[in-house]
Design a protein around this ligand. Structure first.
Ligand SMILES: NC(=O)c1ccc[n+]([C@@H]2O[C@H](COP(=O)([O-])OP(=O)(O)OC[C@H]3O[C@@H](n4cnc5c(N)ncnc54)[C@H](OP(=O)(O)O)[C@@H]3O)[C@@H](O)[C@H]2O)c1
Length: 230
């Protein structure tokens, strides 16, 4: 997404003016972000919209992440580096990058964002900007759960709840890549899709009970919740 409204020398952004489920993001002009020595300035081409963005807008996360309105929301981004801080070593102007930006440095629903180089990676060339911006938060969540914490090994049995969701779709593919046997829950309309992603066993959570169907699993990714309408 490149905004069609030219704001130069300012940066256009969608701001959360106050917390609330019904609050709409508002377009505003902001000064170009200040780039610290270990940060790069990214011109945003695409921003992913994640459940976390809704929860933050609603105010559901303000005890953990007390952002003070007005603020720019948004965690996932893909774009092009347009400035580098004096201590940045891994990126240069013109690099195509993607990121889940750090907490307290969010604000990807904008034209520009300053990102710590430690939170950035080069965008794989075979991904479009839109594709790249859809990955970081769900991808890192799945990676942390299955690789860093779960240490999933070839041949293990992994149960991934909510397989058709943002985290679930990524987690199924990652678990299969790691060599696991994968069971997942989804509703009937998404059953074929999660099978295409690699799921070996699909449980329809609306008509079946996974607790009686599944036994002896090595790891469960418990990623569904009392679902609130974001
Ligand atoms: N998104 C992230 O980056 C992220 C990061 C950390 C943690 N989380 C947590 O992970 C969970 C899932 O997030 P998400 O972003 O992946 O959600 P999502 O994209 O909104 O997907 C939710 C999925 O849950 C499925 N579902 C609804 N009720 C279910 C039930 N009773 N049993 C099994 N599946 C059910 C739906 O499947 P059908 O359409 O097939 O019915 C839907 O596809 C949430 O608890 C979230 O807080 C998310």
């Amino acid at each position: 997404m490149v905004l069609a409204i030219p704001c130069y020398p300012h940066s256009c952004a969608f701001i959360v003016k106050s917390y609330g489920k019904k609050e709409k993001l508002q377009l505003a002009e902001l000064p170009e972000p200040v780039v610290k020595e270990n940060e790069v300035l990214v011109q945003i081409h695409s921003a992913g919209v994640n459940l976390l963005d809704s929860l933050i807008r609603n105010g559901d996360f303000k005890l953990f992440l007390p952002y003070k309105p007005p603020f720019v929301n948004g965690h996932d981004v893909a774009g092009v580096v347009t400035k580098v801080g004096s201590k940045v070593s891994r990126f240069k102007i013109g690099d195509e990058v993607y990121s889940r930006v750090g907490d307290y440095r969010i604000g990807t629903f904008a034209e520009y964002i300053a990102v710590n180089e430690g939170d950035l990676a080069l965008k794989p060339q075979n991904l479009s900007m839109d594709e790249a911006a859809s990955i970081p938060l769900v991808g890192l969540t799945a990676w942390q759960a299955l690789v860093e914490i779960g240490n999933v090994k070839k041949g293990q049995k992994v149960f991934i709840q909510a397989g058709s969701g943002g985290v679930g779709t990524f987690a199924i593919q990652l678990a299969k890549h790691l060599g696991a046997y994968v069971a997942t829950t989804t509703s009937a309309t998404n059953a074929d899709w999660v099978k295409k992603l690699g799921a070996d066993l699909v449980v329809d959570y609306k008509t079946e009970d996974f607790e009686t169907l599944l036994k002896d699993y090595d790891l469960v990714l418990h990623s569904n919740r009392e679902y609130q309408n974001p």
